[in-house]
Design a protein around this ligand. Structure first.
Ligand code: NDP
Length: 270
């Protein structure tokens, strides 16, 4: 019997997750299929009840359901509890689900190296993805500054998930902090509105924008022009997907193949 997997969200039509997961399912010979499932806010509980009647092994969860996914689960990993959001559910049977959050390890995998003694991270944004990233960084005791348009959200995030050294401020103050940062991570949705942050000279420091495709392109092009090493969010997307896949099947799929398929799909769409 073919098992069902999928990603639940709204909007969801743009999601690359079916491409990533169905590729791995084919490559590794698992009898399962992965679908994009459009579920509006408030309908998450009903969607899970429907999936329980089908042979559903698990789901990924994206906006606006990550908090609801945690609330619906009967068990949760420590990181999902701390972040207060889940992006992965595995169906344990009999209508019970276990929640996990693979955004945090996905981010660390994508970052590809961190020096806790030397790196100073400037994090832009304090939304859902920033929560997972602050949790991931706090494990390393990294020197961290969180800046956000709504400064109170940055302060709350620093207090809830940061270390005692984590600072916060309004994003309009970014020029006061950026010179001493070795890594800048942009988790804001500014790129969705076409906004680009004016950057100083990067001197080969890292600018990591967790958005990807056309959304991150103007900001990353500007950063590269100013001498920053740049990274988009596609590696993080693929890494979090790989860790979800491992939760469902007990095997880690090949991230490089997933990334190649995503880059090809984005190129074909541009
Ligand atoms: P949220 O809606 O939870 O947070 C959005 C953040 O952006 C908030 O901090 C918000 O500030 C800020 N923001 C929005 N508009 C502006 C603006 N015009 N100027 C300054 N700040 C702004 O979104 P997520 O954290 O879930 O996602 C953010 C981005 O990251 C999206 O582009 C998403 O696609 C991408 N993403 C990528 C992932 C990956 O795997 N690569 C995973 C998850 C997300 P305020 O609090 O003031 O509203």
């Amino acid at each position: 019997m073919t098992k069902l997997l999928g990603v639940i969200g709204d909007p969801i039509a743009h999601s690359l997750s079916p491409l990533i997961h169905n590729g791995w399912l084919r490559d590794m010979g698992f009898n399962a299929t992965y679908e994009a499932m459009h579920v509006p806010a408030g309908e998450f509980h009903n969607a899970l009840k429907t999936l329980e009647k089908r042979d559903c092994l698990g789901v990924n969860v994206t906006l606006p359901h990550k908090a609801a996914a945690l609330a619906e689960a009967s068990e949760a990993s420590e990181s999902a509890e701390k972040i207060a959001a889940a992006n992965t559910l595995i169906h344990l049977g009999d209508g019970s689900w276990r929640a996990d959050n693979t955004d945090a390890p996905g981010f660390i995998e994508a970052l590809g190296g961190l020096n806790p003694h030397e790196d100073r991270v400037l994090l832009l944004g304090a939304g859902g993805s920033a929560r997972a990233i602050v949790h991931a960084l706090s494990v390393y005791g990294i020197n961290l500054v969180i800046l956000n348009r709504t400064a109170s959200r940055a302060r709350d995030l620093a207090e809830q998930l940061g270390t005692s050294d984590t600072q916060s401020d309004n994003i309009i103050q970014y020029k006061d902090y950026i010179e001493t940062a070795t890594i800048v991570i942009n988790t804001t949705s500014m790129g969705h509105h076409g906004a680009v942050l004016d950057l100083p000279d990067g001197s080969d420091r890292l600018f990591f924008d967790i958005s990807y495709g056309k959304i991150s392109e103007p900001q990353l092009n500007h950063a590269a022009d100013r001498g920053w090493r740049v990274k988009d969010g596609l590696t993080m997307l693929v890494a979090q997907a790989a860790f979800s896949f491992e939760i469902w099947f007990g095997e880690l799929p090949d991230m490089a193949t997933g990334l190649k398929r995503c880059r090809a799909a984005l190129e074909a769409a541009s």
